[in-house]
Ligand binder design. Structure first.
Ligand code: GDP
Ligand code: MG
Length: 329
């Protein structure tokens, strides 16, 4: 389950966990033997980066599409394992580009190299190794971080072909390891996790176990909805409202379908947020949708519902202590 988001500054930046030093001191007693670290997922568009991320955290986070470049920002997924934690950064596909947007996306991808403990370089087993892959690989030349070659979509090729490809790619660079997987069919993911865990340094538990993302798009969407509620209702305690984006997925014709839960603390507040015959919630939904569409640059279907959850704020306070939310009361 994801966490309710409260008082978040709307922004397009990836929110980072507290600094390593701070965390080390807070969690020093707990970090014995625990392994944790960052992994960056890179590769040309459409190789399956978002699919892998989504399957590793067992929930849909990143927009998946046959259209390349659906993922515009770095997206973080948190993969909890017994004895460890992998924080994954999904990046826009790296490719030679001319447009300003593309250049910015390439920059975002490359800027993660130095910040992470391992790099997962993903290629497509069916497409083999192409010039676009070469370009990505070139960008890794001066990087000191261990690079794992992940060959995805092995469900699409016969085994001998895969073995030939693995053999060929072995000589391309000094990969720390080569891991064939099918992100879609969840084949090889356990081995991938095991290998990653082995290579991560001993470290603190950066995120609590019920937290699986600090995805900026979800934060952004939640914050837009929350802001509309506060503007349109007259709750005596506006900060009793939290919005949690439960899922974000691509539906038909590229429409992004968003399920958002609005949490309040009392039944009386629920009544206010819903309004007479649902009029207020409808207004919140339509205003929020317009703004979300503008921010995400695509059509949105927004499904929002109100839930009463007493004392949810206690949980949020806990999260705030760890630095997930950037707001203030
Ligand atoms: P990204 O651009 O690298 O993030 O790629 P996506 O994760 O958006 O995936 C692009 C397409 O490849 C989607 O249609 C996925 O369903 C498909 N795909 C991803 N992984 C696999 C896989 O292991 N096998 C097959 N057959 N298709 C996959
Ligand atoms: Mg993607």
């Amino acid at each position: 389950m994801a966490c309710p988001i409260l008082q978040l500054t709307p922004c397009n930046e990836t929110i980072r966990p507290p600094s390593k030093e701070v965390n080390d001191s807070i969690l020093a007693s707990e970090s014995k033997g625990f392994k944790s670290g960052y992994a960056s997922l890179i590769g040309k568009p459409n190789v399956g980066k978002s699919t892998l991320l989504n399957h590793l955290v067992s929930r849909k986070l990143a927009a998946i599409s046959r259209r390349p470049q659906t993922t515009r920002n770095k997206i973080t997924g948190i993969c909890h394992l017994p004895g460890g934690q992998i924080i994954l950064m999904d990046t826009p596909g790296i490719h030679q580009s001319t447009s300003k947007l593309n250049q910015a996306m390439v920059h975002t991808s490359m800027s993660t190299y130095g910040d992470v403990d391992v790099i997962l370089f993903m290629v497509d087993a069916k497409q083999k190794f192409r010039p676009e892959d070469e370009f990505v690989l070139d960008s890794l030349k001066r990087v000191k971080t261990p690079v794992f070659l992940v060959i995805n979509k092995i469900d699409l090729v016969p085994k001998p072909e895969l073995l030939r490809l693995m053999d060929e790619l072995k000589s391309r660079a000094a990969f720390t390891d080569i891991i064939p997987i099918s992100a879609l069919k969840e084949d090889g993911l356990d081995i991938l996790k095991e290998i990653l865990l082995k290579h991560l340094p001993e470290g603190p538990q950066y995120f609590p176990e019920d937290m699986i993302t600090d995805c900026p798009e979800e934060f952004l969407v939640a914050e837009i909805i929350r802001e509309k509620i506060i503007r349109l209702t007259h709750l005596e305690v506006p900060y009793a409202v939290a919005v949690m984006v439960e899922s974000m997925r691509e539906g038909q014709k590229g429409v992004i379908v968003i399920d958002a839960a609005i949490y309040v603390e009392k039944a009386s507040q629920k009544k206010i947020v819903i309004g007479e015959k649902g009029a207020l919630l409808k207004k919140v939904g339509s205003q929020a949708r317009t703004e979300i569409e503008k921010r995400l640059g695509s059509k949105v279907y927004l499904n929002s519902f109100v839930k009463v959850k007493e004392r949810w704020r206690e949980n949020v306070r806990y999260l705030k202590e760890f630095g997930y939310t950037h707001g203030h009361h």
